[in-house]
Design a protein around this ligand. Structure first.
Ligand code: FPP
Length: 246
């Protein structure tokens, strides 16, 4: 467990699942086969998460910039997401997983929108793991939307970090994992990752199994999270007043 984390029993782990396409092409397969194998890796990660101390798992499955991919890949991904949501709802119910989707959903085909709503409604009482799937997600857009809501609510004087985080529905990330060997954030949870520990894996996402997830958490557990303090210092009494005016 991390040396200075205050809520280490229930971690928020976020994952940028990269490398499906390269995984597929290395095996002489279509990219769609890589995405299908990626969906299997999602199932395995969700199953493994609670025992590893993960309370919230946020997975980046489709960024708002992914609309720029070829239409056949985009529609293939939407079919895969729809199928996953339909197939996994029963399993989520029996394993205490609450599934929700972050990001826009108004640009999706109707069957995907319906599958999202049905999965969210059916699993709303899950308490063992909160599984959040980021679809048509852009952190910059999410921040802009929250800022627009703050402006509409009137005045910047009452705008605090805490209040803004509520508008953003932000959950601080403890550990951000990116697979596929690249080292960038790609517009994912920019506010929420302010103090996230970063972990980059060379594994392509379809190969990233529970043992790799456990290794990432072990690495995380060895880190000292200081949140700007000096080593060993105790927090000041009013140190949790994170809502100083922005
Ligand atoms: C990035 O790898 C991956 C995606 C854009 C899609 C992520 C989708 C999945 C993991 C499939 C299933 C997800 C759910 C929630 C059921 P890439 O295709 O860009 O890989 P590359 O960089 O090797 O080309």
């Amino acid at each position: 467990m991390p040396k200075s984390a205050s809520h280490s029993s229930s971690l928020h782990v976020a994952v940028i699942m990269d490398g499906n396409g390269r995984w597929a092409s290395r095996q002489g397969l279509e990219r769609s086969a890589g995405h299908a194998a990626g969906a299997e890796a999602v199932r395995r990660a969700v199953e493994a998460a609670p025992a590893l101390g993960i309370g919230v798992l946020t997975l980046y499955a489709f960024s708002s910039d992914n609309w720029q991919r070829p239409p056949t890949e985009v529609s293939g991904l939407f079919s895969l997401f729809t199928q996953y949501l339909r197939d996994e709802t029963t399993r989520c119910l029996s394993t205490g997983v609450r599934l929700s989707v972050i990001g826009r959903r108004d640009r999706f085909p109707l069957p995907l929108r319906a599958a999202i709503l049905a999965a969210e409604r059916a699993t709303a009482r899950g308490r063992r793991l909160e599984l959040r799937i980021a679809l048509d997600y852009s952190a910059r857009d999410a921040i802009l939307t929250a800022a627009t809501a703050a402006l509409a609510a009137g005045g910047r004087q009452s705008l605090t970090r805490e209040g803004f985080a509520r508008l953003l529905d932000a959950r601080d990330v403890d550990l951000l994992i990116r697979t596929g060997g690249e080292r960038r954030l790609s517009d994912f949870l920019l506010w929420e990752c302010a103090y996230a520990e970063l972990y980059f894996s060379e594994q392509m996402w379809p190969d990233f199994g529970p043992a790799h997830l456990a290794a990432a958490l072990e690495d995380f557990g060895a880190r000292e999270r200081r949140f700007g303090r000096i080593p060993g210092a105790q927090p000041l009494p009013d140190d949790d007043a994170q809502d100083a005016a922005v």
